[in-house]
Design a protein around this ligand. Sequence first.
Ligand SMILES: Cc1ncc(COP(=O)(O)O)c(C=O)c1O
Ligand SMILES: N[C@@H](CCOP(=O)(O)O)C(=O)O
Length: 547
Amino acid sequence: MATSYSSLFHSSLASTSLTHKHKHLHCNPKLAFPRRRYPAVVSCSASSDHHSSSSTAAAAAAATKFRRPSDENIREEARRHRSSANTTFSAKYVPFNAGPDSPEWYSLDEIVYRSRSGGLLDVQHDMEALKKFDGAYWRDLFDSRVGKTTWPYGSGVWSKKEWVLPEIDPDDIVSAFEGNSNLFWAERFGKEFLGMSDLWVKHCGISHTGSFKDLGMTVLVSQVNRLRKMKRPVVGVGCASTADSRGYSVGCASTGDTSAALSAYCASAGIPSIVFLPANKISIAQLVQPIANGAFVLSIDTDFDGCMKLIREVTAELPIYLANSLNSLRLEGQKTAAIEILQQFDWEVPDWVIVPGGNLGNIYAFYKGFKMCEELGLVDRIPRLVCAQAANANPLYLHYKSGWKDFKPVRANTTFASAIQIGDPVSIDRAVYALQNSNGIVEEATEEELMDAMAQADSTGMFICPHTGVALTALIKLRQSGVIGPMDRTVVVSTAHGLKFTQSKVDYHSKAILDMACRFANPPVEVKADFGAVMDTLKTYLGNKSF
Ligand SMILES: Cc1ncc(COP(=O)(O)O)c(C=O)c1O
Ligand SMILES: N[C@@H](CCOP(=O)(O)O)C(=O)O
């Protein structure tokens, strides 16, 4: 189960003081830059762009080598190349799923997490402005930015800046060049366990803080950085207090990954962060991340849903900016993982994308990323989405099985997939929308199923987290029932790095889990430091093995 850190760590946690000391611009893009050529913002994307006038290959090579003066950093270089074309596009908050006639909207520079009716918000882009450029233009633009260090496009998120936060000044962006995560061809796993040849794992967890949360957090913390520079006071929904812009911090409730990302990005920008963690319900690796990054860490004797309730109450009273995915800014970054998948397939659309779900922001983020690509002509359809939940924390699954009748939160039980131990997901409406509009499916995984799937995947060269085990279980079930075919191109989204969850692997491989057969356990063999003993052991092993 999720590591009980009380014995290992809680004593030091207790004894140590962890207190760390709209406008919407519309301009004619033809005036800004000619069609089919990169806009000025793009000209920052590749060093060769700056030197296209070089007449010889040698000059071009030299120019590439010295693309900026030695006393200039990449931010300054970006500033030198910047133009007003940055403001061609715009975005605003609108009530989630509001019709086109809804008059309610907010500037992204306002601090607002909920609509007037108390519903969720969404970031709505000026699609008409984006549509002035065709799909081929956007595909080429995004492709041109991959693998560069040009600020801020070296990031997989900010390489899609026009679709994310179009109006933010690159100077305000806080980025670890996140995204561009590898899409792993799961050749052996697909072939041996599922008879599939086109199975892929999108490793969003191979990232700065080890989870997909980095994709959203770079956007949220960048916007906070901008607001602080603008000296915008934080006035939360229902918040009585205002504060000097320099005086507020950013906070979240977390099952361990949001807190890690928040604290890292805040630390990088020098912004104070506060994290509410459910005591003894996250892994040690996750716990130590915000501690190391200097966040103010509250270990609270409740579960994630309890922490979420508390942070919502607290952010309504204190000048603390809410960093959970209730804040729709986060999803703008997370949606770029969907765009990346299409990009990695050369803009061919996979048949299925399977995403583990907890607070349920990410499944909507994927939907939104795919949908924008369809609407803007980069692709002609979207994949079918599957949301996978742990059976011990399965409110969405129950809702789906009831035919989307009344949604009822559940009390989430302990699960090895501790980051999705959530019973009352804030983004339930977003998830239902995403699934209904993508011909989607919800599946669940028991503890034994998810741990076996994780062990099987690891045995084929991956090192995944239990949440990815949940997603793989959904795939196994849908293959077995024939819903997913052997030739279907399928992407399983891996949401966190396996190294954050080593205790669950240790428990599994030492067969130390009550009522679990641990069928794929591979425990180490203890051998005396003696040549004969080692030889005997190896001969037995080699004799039993069919390679
Ligand atoms: C590792 C991991 N996987 C999956 C999820 C689920 O994402 P979401 O809450 O957006 O559904 C989370 C967080 O909730 C997570 O930390
Ligand atoms: N798994 C999450 C839970 C909170 O989700 P969020 O996307 O709403 O921040 C975590 O790591 O905390």
